[in-house]
Design a protein. Structure first.
Length: 303
């Protein structure tokens, strides 16, 4: 089943890559393995979930009900480790291929059970033109916004998304035996806004307790890590227009707390490189991440 799904996703990715950067509405794709989480519908949501294609990826927006989609490794390769995968998109959309399904498929090939979190999003205009205008405005202000201190704590700003992440961890632990997952070896990886959610889950997720985390081209602002902060993997391109020039306080925070951290600063790659094959060395981030997982023992079966 997983092989057929991986092949189908590869075909979708190939078809999407043939398109230009125009947002093209598409029908909601079949997601037969998606499991609805128990966090309920987004309060006061008016716009329904819809999908579009852009930049070689399928995107979901106006997500009002969170889901989790498992990508399980072949039994003979399963290590017992698992990762919750949080795509990015400014909390207004989710890059489901490039930062979700493709990442999860790659992890499953390494023997790691992966679970793509389709978390609830901020509401945006239902029509494509209105949504395009909003995203253009958001990203044009991105560098300024990225360096503006938040007005409220992330635990408040991202409360619905943190709740979704907590529910994802709870579900994986509840079905750990069925999915051949070690409840103590569940990590989280996030991209851009998904990286922000990963860090917020680490700090404010209470019972989530990720065993290891990865921040892929998310903000690197300094913060106070938990006393038992999990090992942290970070990848960022120096030419990232949002976070490439705002310092590396997060790295310093983990080091000052004497917690494990690995940081890859690629010369080029921009923002959102994800699993796209590019000519820049940023394409090698996943191989580096896999080696990091292996170094920490997550690619080997735990006896």
């Amino acid at each position: 089943m997983m092989k057929k799904l991986a092949l189908a996703l590869a075909l979708v990715s190939a078809a999407a890559m043939a398109q230009d950067d125009k947002m093209t509405p598409i029908a909601t794709p079949a997601q037969p393995n998606a499991i609805t989480l128990n966090t309920g519908p987004l309060p006061d949501a008016k716009a329904a979930e819809s999908w579009h294609r852009q930049y070689g990826s399928l995107f979901a927006r106006n997500v009002t009900v969170a889901t989790l989609t498992p990508f399980l490794p072949e039994a003979a390769k399963a290590t017992g480790a698992a990762v919750i995968v949080a795509p990015g998109g400014g909390f207004r959309t989710l890059s489901m291929n490039n930062e979700g399904w493709d990442v999860a498929s790659a992890l499953a090939r390494q023997g790691v059970a992966a679970f793509v979190l389709k978390y609830r999003l901020l509401q945006t205009p239902a029509d494509m033109e209105g949504f395009n205008r909003e995203m253009t405005k958001l990203f044009s202000a991105g560098p300024r916004v990225a360096n503006t201190p938040p007005k409220e704590a992330p635990s408040v700003t991202y409360a619905p998304q943190i709740a979704d992440a907590r529910a994802a961890f709870a579900l994986v632990r509840a079905r750990a035996k069925e999915w051949h997952v070690d409840p103590d070896r569940i990590g989280m990886i996030g991209f851009s806004a998904g990286a922000m959610l990963t860090m917020a889950t680490t700090l404010y997720g209470q019972d989530a307790r990720p065993a290891f985390i990865a921040n892929i081209y998310g903000p690197l602002s300094s913060m106070t890590p938990p006393a038992d902060a999990p090992p942290l993997f970070v990848a960022l391109a120096a030419d990232d227009p949002f976070f490439g020039s705002s310092g590396y306080g997060l790295i310093d925070s983990w080091r000052a707390a004497k917690r494990p951290v690995e940081f890859h600063l690629f010369e080029q790659g921009g923002h959102g490189f994800g699993m796209y094959p590019k000519t820049t060395t940023s394409t090698g981030w996943f191989d580096a991440y896999a080696r990091w997982l292996a170094m920490h023992g997550y690619l080997a079966r735990k006896n």
